[in-house]
Each structure stands twice: as structure tokens, then as C-alpha cells.
Design a protein around this ligand. Structure first.
Ligand code: UDP
Length: 369
């Protein structure tokens, strides 16, 4: 059973589901509904739908309330279906609830994207979730050697950790294959955002994280200044979380070369990322994806649990100060050498075949049971 609840979990588990199916493993896709519509949209891009849709999210629900409601229901589903293994991904309330439910049911738990650590208390509660899940999981799929080392430092048994690469690179590969195979799909997907002008640099912006809600006005100010100073098109796909979207909208909706669009389907987002001159983001997944397209990333945070991109030179931490963001982005727009140095960095997050490595190990485990 793959348990998932949010958009990044869906995107990063799709390749695993497809790789398991290719090996003849029967997979139950169980969605908690934490971000119900986004999950359905992301799965739909790959022709998948949840087998179980718990639809548990309530307005203003705290992560702990969500975990306490989801966990016993997941435990019931795991037992009722005689599940041989539970697979969870990432660091959300759903991930934690799925891992706890499996542990209570005494079913092995595989954690995809194990071992990410920010080295700080933030992001909260994600970093706490990751540490607890590491204690519950029986199989740890670390995307990088750094992640593997973090798990070993916390006392996780070496033999239970596999370094696989990040499955998000597999998702990109699948998305590109789908788009490449069908020009009419490309045209349909492009209807989700305004036409991009030939020869204009595209700046893509996403910002939604809980720890940035207090800084959204500064981020919005930076994006507005950037759009006013440079001859660029800016596209900002809004997150459904109103706490982040409303502030961006209030400052940016009247800036001529800024397009605010609703959350995009994965294929549409990948189309923009492939075309972007740079991306400003606080998203984890986008930090991993953009380097695969040679797209420099300015990370709108003070710390990251994805230091590999920074060390490789593909990403820079710029925080949320408006002047710092504008200066760093302006340099990437105007200065070809600075842009090229980031765009040609070595890719740190995998080769696009992580899911098959994971599926090989999972298939062996479930067949043995
Ligand atoms: N994404 C998407 N549509 C959008 C914005 C992002 O499909 O409008 C994808 C993006 O490619 C990445 C994932 O959503 O794979 C990131 O999700 P999010 O930023 O919500 O979560 P995080 O990665 O920070 O956990």
C-alpha cells in the first residue's frame, strides 16, 4: 500500500507505483485527502486514481489533529487488505500517520526520501516528522549519500538503508516522455498559463511554506520589484493554502508582467520549469527538479534540508529579504556567466531510475512474505 496525502507525495510516488506494477506487485493507492484535489490532479497526469480516498482534511486542521484521525483509519485499511508492506514518502502529517499505522499493524514500512535533515528546528513540523518516521521505518530509501549518512548518525542500521536517487527525477523523466509523445497534450497543458513571449526571460515563482507565511509580503515585494526592473515574464502558480496566496495576490495582481495562476497540473509546471531562466522558490521538490533542466534556483529560505543543490552550485539560499532576492535574481537575469555557472552544475539528485531500484527491493520483500 502506498499512503499519500499531498501533491509532492503523489508526484514522487507515481514512479514507484508504476515501477512496482511493472514488476507485477499489486499496489493499493491510499489517499488521506490532506491535499485532496492537488493529489487527484497530480495522479491524473499519469493516468492513476486513488483506490482508497479517505477525504479527511478539515479547514484549519492542525497536523496533530490530522495524524490522530488518519492513523487509526489507515491502520484499519492496512489490516483489512492484508497489506504486506506500506510505502510512505517525505515528511507530512500523512507520512507520519501512515508510518505509525503500519508500525501498529506490525507491517514493514518503506520510507521514500529518507534521511533529509535541515540541521535546524525548522521546518516544523516536517523535520520532526522525518526523525520519527526514521525510527518506525524498516526500509529507508535515501535519495543521496548525505541523507544516508544522516540516518547512520541517528543509529539507523546500515543494511536497511539504500541510496536510490530521488524519485522526483524519475517523475520529470515520465512527464517529459508523456509531453514528448503527444504534441496535442503539450498544447492542452499550455492553456493553463498565459502565452509566454518569445525572447523574454521567464521567472517562475512558488512560495507557500508554513515558516514563510510571515515573510510573504517581503517575497511579494521582491517579485514586484524584479518584474518592474527587468524585461521578464513572471509566472506565479499560487498554492491553495490561502495564508500564502492572498499576500502574493494583493501585491502582485496589478503588476503588468506578472501572471498569477491557480495551482498548475504537473505537466504544465514541468513545461514552465523547462523554459524558465530561473526559479524563486521555498518548495523542496522544486529545488530538486530545477537543476535537472539547468534552471538556477534561488531558495527563499534561511536553511534547507537539500544542501546538495547548494553545494553543487545549482541553487543559492537567499532568504526572504527583498533587496537580497532582487539583487541575486537580477544578476541571474542580466549576467550570462553567473547564469551559466549555476545552469551547468552537476546534478545532485539522481539519474531518473530511483523508482526501479526501490521497486526491486520492495518486490523482493513482499514476495518473500
Ligand atoms: N508543482 C506543481 N504545480 C504547481 C507548483 C508545483 O505540480 O503549481 C509541483 C512541483 O513540480 C514539485 C511539487 O509540486 O514536484 C512541489 O510541491 P510543493 O511545493 O507543494 O511541496 P514541497 O516540495 O515543498 O514539499
Amino acid at each position: 500500500m502506498c499512503v499519500l496525502g499531498t501533491r509532492p507525495e503523489a508526484i514522487k510516488l507515481v514512479p514507484v507505483v508504476l515501477a512496482l506494477a511493472a514488476r507485477g506487485v499489486v499496489v493499493t493507492l491510499c489517499s488521506t485527502g490532506q491535499q485532496r484535489e492537488l493529489v487527484r490532479a497530480a495522479l491524473d497526469d499519469f493516468g492513476l486514481i486513488p483506490d482508497i480516498d479517505l477525504d479527511l482534511m478539515q479547514p484549519d486542521q492542525s497536523p496533530e489533529a490530522f495524524v490522530s484521525i488518519a492513523m487509526p483509519l489507515l491502520r484499519h485499511a492496512i489490516t483489512r487488505l492484508s497489506t504486506a508492506m506500506v510505502i510512505v514518502q517525505g515528511d507530512t502529517a500523512t507520512t507520519l500517520a501512515g508510518a505509525m499505522a503500519a508500525a501498529y499493524a506490525r507491517v514493514p514500512v518503506a520510507h521514500v526520501e529518507a534521511g533529509l535533515r535541515s540541521g535546524a528546528a525548522e521546518p516544523f513540523p516536517e523535520d520532526m516528522h522525518r526523525r520519527v518516521i526514521a525510527q518506525l521505518a524498516t526500509h529507508h530509501f535515501a535519495p543521496t549519500q548525505k541523507a544516508q549518512a544522516a540516518l547512520v548518525r541517528e543509529g539507523i542500521a546500515w543494511g536497511t538503508i539504500s541510496v536510490t536517487g530521488n524519485t522526483v527525477i524519475d517523475a520529470l523523466r515520465l512527464a517529459e516522455a508523456r509531453l514528448g509523445a503527444d504534441p496535442s497534450l503539450q498544447a492542452r497543458v499550455a492553456e493553463a498559463f498565459p502565452p509566454l513571449r518569445e525572447g523574454r526571460a521567464l521567472v517562475l515563482v512558488t512560495a507557500h511554506r508554513r515558516e514563510n507565511h510571515a515573510h510573504m509580503a517581503a517575497i511579494a515585494e521582491a517579485v514586484a520589484t524584479l518584474a518592474e526592473r527587468h524585461d521578464v515574464d513572471v509566472v506565479v502558480p499560487l498554492h491553495p493554502n490561502p495564508a500564502s496566496g492572498a499576500m502574493l495576490q494583493a501585491r502582485l495582481e496589478r503588476v503588468a508582467n506578472v501572471a498569477l495562476v491557480p495551482p498548475l497540473g504537473y505537466l504544465a509546471f514541468v513545461t514552465l520549469l523547462r523554459r524558465a531562466r530561473l526559479v524563486l522558490t521555498d518548495s523542496g521538490g522544486v529545488q530538486e527538479e530545477a537543476p535537472a533542466f539547468g534552471c538556477p534556483v534561488l531558495v527563499l529560505r534561511e536553511t534547507t534540508e537539500r544542501p546538495e543543490g547548494i553545494e553543487a552550485g545549482a541553487a543559492r539560499l537567499v532568504g526572504t529579504d527583498s533587496a537580497t532576492i532582487v539583487a541575486a535574481a537580477g544578476e541571474l537575469i542580466e549576467n550570462e556567466a553567473v547564469h551559466a555557472a549555476m545552469a551547468t552544475a552537476i546534478l545532485p539528485y539522481g539519474d531518473g531510475y530511483a523508482a526501479d531500484r526501490i521497486a526491486a527491493i520492495v518486490a523482493q520483500e513482499v514476495v518473500a512474505r
